[in-house]
Ligand binder design. Structure first.
Ligand SMILES: [Zn+2]
Length: 354
């Protein structure tokens, strides 16, 4: 799992910009056709002006935009102030420890003063923050019994069903999100739905609950003595897990048969929705395509959060997530070149503006 780094300094003192992308991709099953692929996932086929293949949108487009940016600016280094660093890492898709997490712990100079990342966002939006995630496993245990003897034991699966219903109320929990973040999200509603699908703006500032797996019971005529389910809870920017955990603890007091384990927690992250680099990217997109992309919060996770956790602004501007983690992943070549240009121009402006 190599991490590939490059860094160079311009002609004078200045700011340090870091370009970040990952090189690993989601897997493809052994039978891609059965999975639903109509193109070779490893073929890089070009059809109707689009490049197809696993990793094309997540995130070969963005990472190669970073690489081109680094190459172009290196050619212009006699005109560049400050310092530019390129970081291409493995081990991102599984939140793995050997990519950016390792890098930031062991080579902290890669933090720089600002980070630019080309993960999928859509050409219409720039991401200044992302939701957090909290993964929990719930286990329900009861004595269990013959299916007709419901007086002998409560059912673990029925308790799980009741608890899942009650956890659903977390989605309506009133939250104390800072006004500037709410305002930025409100402004971006229409563009956010355009990029992420209708309805996305309704859940971005809310807690969401997904019950990813559920297992329980052995046979139709047995009362299950055990049921396990996994919850994937997403937290909006501006709140911490304690708000949710307090609520869950309150609920669990009513369920003595249930134990809970926390498997993962990535807190939500954000930087300034009115930050300088965000404005630079907007200006360049306006120049190239005639519109200003909206500033939004991302629903999924990226390594940009690791910079934000350390107080460094990190902005994400990349392609539509077409087929990401699914089939027929692709990026229009026009869009790809747009991201190369936007990243290169924005990096140049950020380093030379001061
Ligand atoms: Zn990615």
């Amino acid at each position: 799992m190599p991490n590939i780094l490059g860094t160079f300094e311009g002609i004078s003192e200045g700011r340090h910009l870091v370009l970040n992308g990952h090189t690993d991709v989601f897997p493809v099953s052994e039978d891609p056709v059965k999975e639903g692929w109509t193109t070779d996932p490893w073929g890089g086929e070009i059809i109707d002006g689009k490049i197809y293949g696993r990793g094309s949108s997540d995130m070969k487009c963005g990472t190669s935009a970073s690489i081109w940016t680094y190459i172009f600016l290196n050619r212009l280094r006699a005109k560049i102030k400050g310092k530019l660093t390129l970081t291409c890492v493995s081990d991102e898709e599984t939140f793995g420890p050997w990519g950016d997490r390792w890098l930031i712990d062991n080579e902290p100079e890669v933090l720089g003063d600002c980070c630019l990342n080309g993960e999928p966002s859509s050409p219409f939006t720039i991401r200044y923050g992302e939701k957090g995630l909290l993964w929990l496993t719930f286990t329900v245990k009861t004595p269990g019994a013959h299916g007709a003897y419901t007086h002998v034991s409560p059912s673990a699966t029925r308790i799980a069903a009741k608890l899942i219903n009650e956890l659903g109320n977390l989605e309506n929990l009133p939250l104390n999100i800072p006004q500037d973040l709410l305002l930025a999200q409100k402004e971006a509603e229409a563009d956010f739905d355009k990029g992420m699908g209708s309805g996305a703006s309704k859940i971005i500032s809310k807690v969401t609950l997904n019950i990813g797996t559920i297992k329980g019971g052995l046979k139709t005529n047995m009362i299950p003595g055990e049921c396990t389910f996994e919850a994937d809870i997403r937290l909006p920017v501006g709140i911490e897990s304690e708000v949710i955990m307090d609520q869950i603890d309150k609920i669990l007091k009513k369920y003595p048969e249930v134990t809970m384990d926390q498997n993962k927690y990535n807190s939500p992250s954000h930087c300034d929705p009115n930050g300088e680099m965000l404005g630079i990217i907007q200006d360049n997109v306006k120049l190239l395509r005639g519109y200003r992309p909206a500033k939004v919060v991302s629903m999924g996770g990226t390594d940009a959060r690791l910079w934000r956790y350390k107080g460094i602004p990190a902005y994400v501007y990349g392609p539509f997530p077409t087929g990401m983690g699914s089939v027929d992943e692709n990026v229009p070549i026009d869009d790809y070149l747009h991201f190369v240009k936007t990243h290169a121009l924005s990096a140049y402006d950020y380093l030379n503006k001061n």
